[in-house]
Design a protein around this ligand. Sequence first.
Ligand code: GP9
Ligand code: MN
Length: 578
Amino acid sequence: MKIVSAAEIPAVLLSPAGSLILLFGFSFYFSRTFKPLVFWTAWLVANALLYGDLLYYRFYTDFVTLPILFQFDNVGGLGPSTLELMSPWDLLLFIDLLIIPWLLKKRTNKGAVIKTKQKIWYASAGLVLVLVTVGYGLIRSPYLFSASYDRDGLVKAVGPYNYHLYDFALGAVTPLNRTLASQADAVPSEDYLKNKKDKTTDLFGIAKGKNVVLISMESTQNFVIDRKVDGEEITPFLNDLIEDSFYFSNIYDQTAQGKTSDSEFMIDTGLYPLASGSVFVQKPENKYYGLPHILKEEKYYASVFHGNERTFWNRENMYKALGYDHYYSKRDYNVTEENSVNYGIKDIEFFEQTAEKLEELPQPFYSRLITLTNHFPFLLDDEDKMIEEANTNVEVVNRYITTVRYQDEAIRNLFEDLKEKGLYEDTMFVLYGDHYGISEKYEEGVFEMTGKEASPVNHVAMQQVPLIIHIPGVEGETISTIGGEIDIRPTILHLLGIKTENKLSFGHVLFTRNEEHPVMFRDGSFVTKEYTFNDGVCYNNSSEEISPASCIPYQETVRKELKLSDGIIYGDLLRFLK
Ligand code: GP9
Ligand code: MN
């Protein structure tokens, strides 16, 4: 959380005060026996919230939201390594455990009854402080609550406790959106999306009728492509593959708290993921018009392959809603202690067993293969290390190089296997990094390795993921147009010769994408060819802070598009469309 203007300082310092006064004031209303219990419960709640936020923020640079609490089992990255995120200095947070008893002992009016008048004054002071805090926030940003997906901005303005209260209230009323929605609510999204027409190119239909194999490369960022560590390539296979593929070199991770599942959601629906929690977990009962639905109209067989539990990210239920015919999960694989590491089956084994299953599928098929080994905290057995660890000051980054290298080898093996099985020629391969692997906390190591300066613009640029589309027999090209994961679906449809119009998706065909259109992120930040908007600050792409006016028109587009997409999901509006 960065303070970007002096006007934010009073808000950050004072915003928790009002809510803390109110929270601790509860104890006044209880008898002497219960008072300490209520007080210390309030203390525990306040501190648990704060410390939970701190740990979550350290890894995700984000705040805990209500839906996240219901999907805690799925918060990959935090589970195996919470200890890694803690620091001995954190004990300072609990120093009031010593100060409060000392103050209590020192006070002179022990046992005095708190008068009603005092209670009223106390509660009013708390309430006024909360109102002043919120009012001050709204004066500075009228979109504080309507664009509450900018959680950094919201927490800075109203403080962590008011934020959690607001988030809780929001969670309680969102189910009403679906109940109250009607056909008329779908009209604005329909109109907006109908106006979005993709130009045709001579690549339209170039992969018509081919199988489609999507490879979701866990935590793979674009900086690893064509990069050497100690003279060794990190991704030798991908680097070669790119020579004969469409390689999109400026594609951004647009996922939010739903991580892998958010990337899957964008690719299958062309809708943005939700600002808080995973849409897979929260909205599996909605009606979707998924890529599997569209491809099934073209007689495709749609399936997903992933070596983890079926319930993780609620995939089992969501895949049905997205139109998949089959989900091959952990129970369909031979998973042993020896062939597993970190989250589960190692990628090489996973692809070997997957290739056998692909051979059995009816053709043409649309299959997504989701890798797992390159996942935080990037653990690997020694015998699987094909490159030396990097030598930066950040251990996590050093290990990351070895797991990315391992994944690259696994993909090479898969291609060889599919060639042997006669499946390669008739398949279009779409490989993409699902989201960042190195969070902001460890990013310094990447800057060290790449020689880039640590700056907000470079941080945003670091969110790029590789996107490689390989069609055997088709000449490759590196395409530097900016885009995001949301654009993958229409690009696939274009290559398959399926019209993208009326498909109610927010993406654009990457071959013709207008670079003026912002690539937007779930916290309301965005990039265009010229500008980067991050943490409420507008930059030109030479990392210079510039007048906010340059970013305002794009901010409006971002707000509009995210609102329409959220409206479709929360209102389950696709059920009203033909
Ligand atoms: C687990 C895989 C990884 O099945 O999706 O989880 P994530 O990257 O979302 O933490
Ligand atoms: Mn992932």
